[in-house]
Ligand binder design. Structure first.
Ligand SMILES: Cc1cc2nc3c(=O)[nH]c(=O)nc-3n(C[C@H](O)[C@H](O)[C@H](O)COP(=O)(O)OP(=O)(O)OC[C@H]3O[C@@H](n4cnc5c(N)ncnc54)[C@H](O)[C@@H]3O)c2cc1C
Length: 411
């Protein structure tokens, strides 16, 4: 059984190794001169490979595509993945929010572990081979073409990733190759992507990271979602874990022609009474100062001016002259600093690509194409996109495992 795997990311490496362990003769084609270029930069270089949550809790993290992943995730779970890396000499640790990282905190160790796995399994890895098309005759695959040559194959696993971070090699090639064979491609769009805001004041807050904030997303004044955690201001808008998670919903709202709003609660640990009391205490302390100089204990320096502007209170006013109503307005701004989302950063800057090969045309029990015999899919090339927290890499590894296993089997 000759299996050709296209793409040496986490999904492709897992598929190739697994197929070889099952006894297949496996060729892994990678367009770059090294494997796992994207994997090496995941989790800010620390490689958040999975989550310690109950595997059943993974499903909702993928929204509508979660049900499709039920089989692969149960067949090769987060515990299996941790065990897999442990056996390769890459033990893991669990951090806040159940995020699992290599104990070394080096994503590169995941890549080296997988390289060892491929070597031991006897996979023939061929670099700088950019697959151009999958050859199919009479409805079944027979090979993969790369400029100047064809690799014969009885089975092909397509694991070319999505279309984000193109410098890592994922440029959407797999979508085109699958489309030529008749597969429906759900249009690729950014998921887990920084958001651009209408308000230009964010520029002055560039680089400011806020921990422990609550951010609510609304559309037409109605609550759509909320997240607690860390966010970051940038020259164009906002980013960071909370924003990336909310972006999945924001993308859909924007696609419907609407502009969602973000409301940042800068003091989520305080009730409205506690916040009012806290403001009063600070105002007592700074009663002789100007308003603009009375907020230093309450807010990060970069947010003082935007909060004052949003409150509508004269920055030059003496603190003791501020009325009760004005204090109330200030409290409202602090617990709901509002930004209007005008768009997302481009797909090239998205952490994950939503869209891809339609799950309706893939058998979730085997990851085999329902249209072309001998063709399998794994990883982000499939129309699945999860939240931050290690879910996307787990999906890549789980689908890679199952695709490799099933591709190696004779029908
Ligand atoms: C900055 C960043 C941080 C991230 N952090 C995390 C994280 O901490 N946790 C998490 O769960 N997820 C994270 N992700 C998402 C995660 O990296 C991806 O979901 C995952 O890598 C998808 O795996 P894949 O194997 O499907 O695709 P990829 O990793 O994109 O690999 C695809 C491979 O196919 C190769 N290829 C493409 N086209 C061809 C072709 N025509 N011929 C041959 N080879 C080809 C590419 O060069 C590449 O090596 C992050 C993503 C980014 C961009």
């Amino acid at each position: 059984m000759r299996v050709v795997v296209i793409g040496g990311g986490p999904a492709g490496m897992m598929a190739a190794g697994q197929a070889a362990k099952e006894g297949a003769d496996v060729v892994l084609l990678e367009r770059n001169s090294r494997l796992g270029k994207k994997l090496a930069i995941t989790g800010k270089g620390r490689g958040n490979l999975t989550n310690s949550a109950d595997i059943a809790d993974f499903i909702p993290q993928f929204g509508d595509s979660g049900a499709f992943l039920y089989g692969p995730l149960h067949r090769f779970s987060n515990d299996d993945l941790r065990c897999f890396f442990h056996n390769l000499g890459v033990p893991t640790i669990v951090e806040r929010g159940g995020r699992v990282f290599p104990r070394s905190e080096k994503a590169l160790d995941l890549v080296s572990g997988l390289e060892r796995y491929l070597r031991e399994a006897g996979v023939n890895v061929i670099f700088e081979q950019r697959a151009a098309s999958i050859v199919a005759e009479n409805g079944r695959v027979s090979g993969v073409t790369v400029v100047g040559r064809t690799y014969p194959a009885q089975k092909v696993v397509l694991a070319t990733g999505g279309a984000s971070y193109p410098a890592t090699g994922s440029t959407g090639d797999g979508f085109k190759m699958a489309a030529v064979l008749g597969h429906t491609i759900v249009p690729a769009r950014p998921a887990l992507v920084p958001l651009e805001t209408e308000e230009s004041w964010v520029r002055s807050a560039t680089g400011l990271a806020l921990r422990n904030v609550n951010v609510a997303l609304t559309v037409d004044g109605r609550h759509a979602a909320a997240e607690f955690g860390e966010m970051l201001f940038t020259h164009y808008g906002v980013s960071g874990p909370v924003i990336l998670t909310l972006s999945k919903i924001a993308v859909d709202i924007l696609a419907a022609g609407k502009r969602p709003c973000l409301h940042i609660n800068l003091k989520p640990a305080l009730s409205s009474e506690q916040l009012a009391a806290r403001i009063l205490r600070d105002f007592d302390k700074y009663s002789r100062k100007q308003f603009k100089n009375g907020l230093a204990d309450l807010l990060p320096a970069k947010l003082i001016e935007p909060v004052i502007d949003n409150s509508g209170i004269d920055a030059e006013l003496a603190v003791h002259q501020i009325s009760r109503e004005q204090r109330q307005r200030l409290a409202e701004v602090i617990s709901g600093l509002t930004l209007t989302v005008k768009g997302t950063r481009p797909i090239s800057e998205a952490i994950v690509t939503a869209g891809g090969v339609s799950t309706k045309e893939i058998d979730p029990k085997t990851l085999a194409s329902k249209l072309v015999e001998g063709l399998y899919f794994a990883g982000e090339v499939i129309d699945v996109a999860g939240n931050t927290g290690g879910y996307n890499l787990q999906a890549a590894f789980s689908t890679g495992y199952l695709a490799g296993l099933c591709a190696a089997r004779q029908e």
